[in-house]
Design a protein around this ligand. Structure first.
Ligand SMILES: Nc1nc2c(c(=O)[nH]1)N[C@H]1C(S)=C(S)[C@@H](COP(=O)(O)OP(=O)(O)OC[C@H]3O[C@@H](n4cnc5c(=O)[nH]c(N)nc54)[C@H](O)[C@@H]3O)O[C@H]1N2
Ligand SMILES: Nc1nc2c(c(=O)[nH]1)N[C@H]1C(S)=C(S)[C@@H](COP(=O)(O)OP(=O)(O)OC[C@H]3O[C@@H](n4cnc5c(=O)[nH]c(N)nc54)[C@H](O)[C@@H]3O)O[C@H]1N2
Ligand SMILES: [Mo]
Length: 822
């Protein structure tokens, strides 16, 4: 075995050498030096590791990660996996610490209009860390903890220990405090409303097992849900079990309906019925179905009486007793565009069959997004099948394999905690809140001291001047890009720590290059819900260029801020990995679940698999509650599912009434407005948000005219003279972007699909209304809260127009480092 020279000097390489000796002495062959599969002789080596896109064997030659192949136990490897290698050696890689020139020469806050122009100066790591630590100290001294934003949201990488967001919080907590963010961009409206309805955030953990549905469900309804496309990835390491489930459903010819403006892969796979209402009108359509159930006496009065509260109030709304408008199928048709007869027929079929309503989350990422999940559950309550095998509702089949049966895998430890908060200055009420809803960040920047409402209370925005972002890409995930670019000028200092030149990194004052997971060690679960295995994510290669591990960066900052000991607790990264595994081991022991000790695990196969008990495969959510709602109440005020909530009624929010309600959004398809087309910014099959967008190998799989694809129905394309493969310009009053036209019958007329996560590539950086050259839908989306209840993102409330781009389209330049930052 040869150890490349670059590694020989590292402590890790020394450990490997020592292990090599002992492994050889024991006569081990395949397992050498913590690198199972490494051949003893010089030459290529293979290392097993994992990522958001799957587990894989990495091939290493002369210290370079040259290729990968999927883990043999992955039943359906994602085509994106190649990107995991491609992003390591990539022209968009951040090579060195960088500082924006004006900031460096003139100080914090100088010439904010040069943010994003790419005018960076390379500095040494020492200098960069001095600047960052100095800024944290200055902010705390001149202002106080309310001036620092550490709520850095984002999906980072897989890995239990290498969580840079926890590290950032720990550093900022130990060194004076900061402003935090709450909830997420994924399902904040659902998380806002569900505690009032079922007493928990609901769409977490084990859902009714796939097998239960296969065996018992007669009619499977996917409502705004893309169960294959969205299961390519996972927060941990995906096991892709859902494909096996779909094979089985297809084999059995399971009856399924997909209600979605897009005909998804899953819909095609099951050869299912496709119903495409106008986007943003699902609540009206569901209410129409509910009206039929009530008027035709198809609802389950016993279930409603025993297990729910407030149906009578909702029934008065359905019939029009409360507001004078009967919510008939004809009323619903006028809103959602689906013929009344079809809506009525759906109601009858739902009631006649064992029906499972499977909700996705796009409909709650819209203005009034609280209503769709609430109404889905209300519909399920009326059908009365909640808690029966294969009936009721589920809101998590499309992510992290939510219906995969839970294995015996014990939970891994989470590495370090966010630590103890030691505030430099007392945080008085006039300084504003300590926690903002994450999607309200731009409102916060534009209105320091401004008041807002959230979940029944009033808050005040703090006066933030500094932000440090790790593991997230706000110039992908946030809405109304141009408003955001303008608001960002408020920051005196914006720091981004990432491994690639995302749009956010380009907007930074200080850029710190981090490693990717293949350049460090970590540990993770395979199959998050099911937890079929625990896997070592072993370091594959040494850091590329001057990239450093997040842990080492934060450790050095902690040292500069005088908090190194409380930050590290004297532990190395490997000590934290061991502690994470040992937590699982400790949980497994009393249950007699077999697991090797850490050293055998790490130096051995690097993967421990777990059994799936038979009972898990038949798991039914809410079964105990249904069986005896008095003995097993839900943690709501009534112990039942609340179709009417007195707690919400007390808030008096006209944008979130006390029972599910149809409310017109600010803009939607089917209502007079300036722009005629709905923009569907659903999640990309072949990326995780903006992650892997930097990979040319993966982009090749979907790019059109060198840009992100824009799906358009043939009718809409023809009336605009757009042909498949054309470069198009999508625009509204908020912004504009280019994209590549895909003319397809798989999208409903009146709807465009521009998948989220396409890198923002401004033609004229920092200028309002500049053209994004690659296809970021968030130049078009509005930055408004769903309601005062949740204050979640309304990304899916967007209308626009599209035209064929005339002239020579500008070159896409976002996939290489800024010219002066090479
Ligand atoms: N229009 C529209 N917008 C949306 C959505 C939508 O449906 N429509 N969806 C929203 C949703 S649900 C979400 S969750 C958000 C997602 O938004 P984000 O989570 O911000 O998106 P990611 O692309 O996953 O960004 C992760 C970033 O972390 C970096 N990173 C990865 N690993 C590491 C690491 O180890 N260390 C460091 N320092 N950095 C690392 C990556 O390079 C990348 O830049 O987007 C939201 N935005
Ligand atoms: N491959 C891949 N998988 C992912 C992600 C990713 O980036 N890539 N992101 C992950 C994350 S963080 C999250 S939060 C989840 C997101 O999970 P979701 O929010 O459920 O995912 P989306 O893809 O935005 O939307 C799901 C489906 O809803 C449809 N839809 C959109 N608007 C409407 C509407 O108004 N009415 C109806 N009936 N249907 C509508 C879309 O066309 C799409 O097919 O996905 C996760 N899975
Ligand atoms: Mo998300």
């Amino acid at each position: 075995m040869t150890i490349p020279d670059t590694q020989a000097a590292s402590p890790c390489a020394l450990t490997r050498r020592r292990l090599l000796v002992s492994a050889a002495a024991l006569g081990a062959t395949a397992t050498i030096g913590g690198m199972p599969g490494r051949a003893r002789a010089a030459g290529p080596q293979e290392i097993l590791s994992g990522s958001h896109w799957g587990a894989f064997h990495a091939r290493v030659e002369d210290g370079r990660f040259v290729s990968l192949r999927p883990w043999e136990k992955d039943p359906r490897p994602s085509p994106t996996l190649a990107g995991v290698q491609d992003i390591v050696y990539n022209p968009a890689r951040i090579r060195y610490p960088m500082v924006r020139r004006a900031w460096l020469e003139q100080g914090p806050g100088a010439a904010p209009e040069t943010r994003g122009t790419g005018d960076f100066v390379r500095v040494s790591w020492d200098k960069a860390l001095d600047l960052v630590a100095g800024e944290i100290r200055r902010m705390q001294a001149e202002h106080g903890p309310w001036a620092l934003f550490g709520g850095s949201y984002g999906w980072r990488s897989s890995g239990r220990v290498g969580n840079p967001q926890t590290m950032l919080k720990r550093l900022l907590n130990l060194s004076g405090g900061y402003v935090e963010s709450s909830s997420n961009y994924s399902k904040a409206a659902l998380e806002g409303i569900m505690p009032y309805v079922v007493g928990s955030v609901e769409a977490e953990g084990q859902q009714t097992a796939y097998g239960t549905v296969t065996e018992n469900t007669e009619l499977l309804v996917f409502w705004a849900c893309s169960p294959l496309g969205n299961n390519h990835i996972s927060a941990a390491i995906p096991d892709h079990q859902v494909w096996g489930w779909f094979d089985e459903l297809a084999k059995r010819g399971k009856k399924a309906i997909f209600i979605d403006p897009v005909r998804t892969d899953a819909c095609k796979k099951l050869n299912a019925e496709w119903i495409a209402p106008r986007p943003h009108t699902d609540v009206a359509m569901m209410i129409g179905i509910a009206h039929t159930l009530l008027s035709e006496n198809l609802h389950d009065s016993k279930f409603l009486k025993d297990c729910t509260r407030g149906f009578d109030r909702f029934a008065d709304y359905l019939t029009g007793k409360s507001d004078g408008i009967a919510k008939s199928v004809e009323w619903a048709e006028a809103i959602c565009g689906i013929p009344a007869a079809v809506i009525r027929d759906l109601a009858r079929r739902f009631a006649k069959n064992r029906t499972m309503l499977v909700g996705g989350w796009a409909t709650q990422r819209q203005q009034h997004g609280e209503q769709a999940p609430w109404m889905l559950i209300t519909l399920a309550c009326m059908l009365g099948q909640i808690g029966l095998p294969g009936g009721g509702f589920v809101q998590r089949y499309h992510i992290d394999g939510g219906g995969a049966p839970m294995s015996l895998a014990p939970p891994l430890g989470n590495g370090m905690s966010a630590g103890k908060r030691v505030e430099t200055k007392p945080w008085t009420e006039d300084r504003g809140t300590k926690v903002i809803p994450c999607a309200r960040i731009v409102d916060m920047l534009l209105n320091p001291g401004g008041e807002y409402e959230h979940n029944g209370k009033r808050f005040k925005y703090p006066d933030v001047r500094f932000a440090y972002w790790v593991g997230g890409n706000p110039f992908h995930h946030h809405q109304d890009r141009n408003r955001q670019v303008a608001a960002w000028k408020k920051f005196e200092t914006f720091i981004v720590q990432d491994f690639q030149w995302t749009a956010s990194a380009r907007m930074a004052d200080i850029v710190l290059p981090a490693t990717t997971t293949v350049e460090r060690n970590d540990i993770e679960r395979v199959g998050p819900s099911a937890g079929v295995a625990i896997m070592a994510m072993r370091k594959i290669i040494d850091p590329v260029f001057e990239a450093r591990n997040d842990y080492d960066i934060f450790k050095d900052l902690a040292k500069r801020l005088g908090v190194e000991q409380p930050f590290t607790e004297g532990k190395s990264e490997m000590d934290w990995i061991r502690a994470s595994y040992d937590a699982a081991l400790a949980a497994a022991k009393p249950k007699n679940i077999p697991m090797p000790d850490f050293d055998s695990f790490w130096n051995g196969a690097g993967v421990v698999e777990f059994e799936v008990p038979a009972a898990s495969k038949k798991w039914i959510k809410y079964a105990a509650f249904r069986q005896d709602p008095l003995l097993n109440p839900l943690p709501t005020p009534s112990g039942k599912i609340e179709i009417f909530s007195t707690a919400i009624e007390r808030m008096k929010y006209e944008d979130c009434p006390p029972h599910p309600t149809w409310m017109e959004p600010v803009e939607r398809l089917g209502r007079p407005g300036k722009y005629p087309l709905h923009v569907n910014s659903s999640h990309p099959e072949l990326r995780l948000h903006s992650q892997l967008c930097g990979s040319a190998a993966v982009r090749k799989l979907y790019e059109v005219a060198g840009r992100s694809p824009c799906w358009i129905n043939p009718a809409d394309a023809a009336s605009r003279g757009i042909k498949d493969g054309d470069t198009v310009r999508v625009f509204n009053d908020r912004g504009q972007c280019l994209a590549g036209a895909v003319v397809t019958e798989d999208i409903r007329p009146g709807v465009l699909r521009l998948q989220e996560g396409a890198w923002y590539d401004p033609l004229d950086p920092g200028k309002p209304d500049t053209l994004c050259k690659f296809g970021d839908p968030n130049v078009l989306t509005p930055d408004i809260g769903t309601s005062r209840l949740s204050q979640a993102t309304s990304a899916c409330t967007t209308m626009a127009e599209v035209e064929k781009f005339q002239g020579m389209p500008p070159e896409v330049t976002v996939f290489t480092a800024p010219a002066r930052a090479g």
